[in-house]
Design a protein around this ligand. Structure first.
Ligand code: CA
Length: 234
């Protein structure tokens, strides 16, 4: 975990203190901001390895910070912090490009596991001597560069979306349940809880990848079972 920096954007000072204490204990460097504007500025300037982002913030709210960073093309893993009752906010956050959310009040153990899982994803070093290319019809993946191409044109995907399409393409025409995708793509072992994040990620992926997102040819739904990559697309 050495040299990994986590930015905490949260206006409740006691939560920032608790998060900073635990993150530092695990060896992370911690930056903190108490409002959206400062958080966005720090994110842009310091390029943290992960952001813990509260939604209800003074100034810019968490949604606006998240959207601004994604509009910049920044793919930093973002975990949003939401109150348990704010169900719709979780989905909205994921739609704006957050990678994951955690519900307040959270257990520190769970939060640290999520941080670790999401930072690790962002930490796959490019190996220039081992470029793992994969072409399936019109779709080409370059895992070393974490790049996806359709008809040889780059498709701008988040890390999570890239990992999702990579996993599906590595197992073409195999149907995976949302729980299985949670486990393999989101790295939650034995995940049985909320799998809506998978649906949101698939929807976002389709919006970027498909010719007609309402009528997908690449990332297919097998009703009642899950999702698969269709290698027979034309
Ligand atoms: Ca707040």
């Amino acid at each position: 975990m050495a040299d990994k920096t986590v930015l905490v954007v949260e206006d409740e000072a006691n939560i920032v203190d608790i998060l900073a204490f635990n993150l530092e204990r695990e060896g992370y460097r911690v930056l903190s901001a108490y409002d959206g504007q400062a958080g966005l500025a720090l994110a842009r300037e310091k390029k943290p390895d992960l952001i813990l982002l509260d939604l209800m913030l003074p100034g810019l709210n968490g949604f606006e910070v998240c959207k601004a960073l994604r509009d910049d093309g920044d793919t930093v893993p973002i975990l949003i912090l939401t109150a348990r009752e704010e169900e719709a906010d979780k989905v909205r956050g994921l739609e704006l490009g957050a990678d994951d959310y955690i519900t307040k009040p959270f257990s520190i153990r769970e939060l640290m596991a999520r941080v670790k899982s999401n930072i690790r994803r962002g930490d796959m070093p490019p190996r220039s001597d081992d470029r793992q290319g994969l072409r399936l019809g019109r779709i080409r993946l370059d895992s070393a560069a974490a790049a996806c191409y359709k008809d040889d044109l780059p498709v701008d995907l988040s890390q999570r979306e890239f990992e999702l399409i990579s996993f599906l393409c590595a197992n073409p025409d195999t149907v995976f349940s949302r729980e299985e995708l949670m486990e393999h793509v989101w790295n939650y072992g034995g995940y049985v809880g909320d799998v809506r994040g998978v649906d949101v990620a698939v929807r976002r992926l389709r919006e970027k990848l498909e010719d007609d997102p309402a009528n997908p040819k690449f990332v297919m739904t097998r009703r009642g079972l899950g999702y698969y990559f269709n290698s027979q697309h034309s």
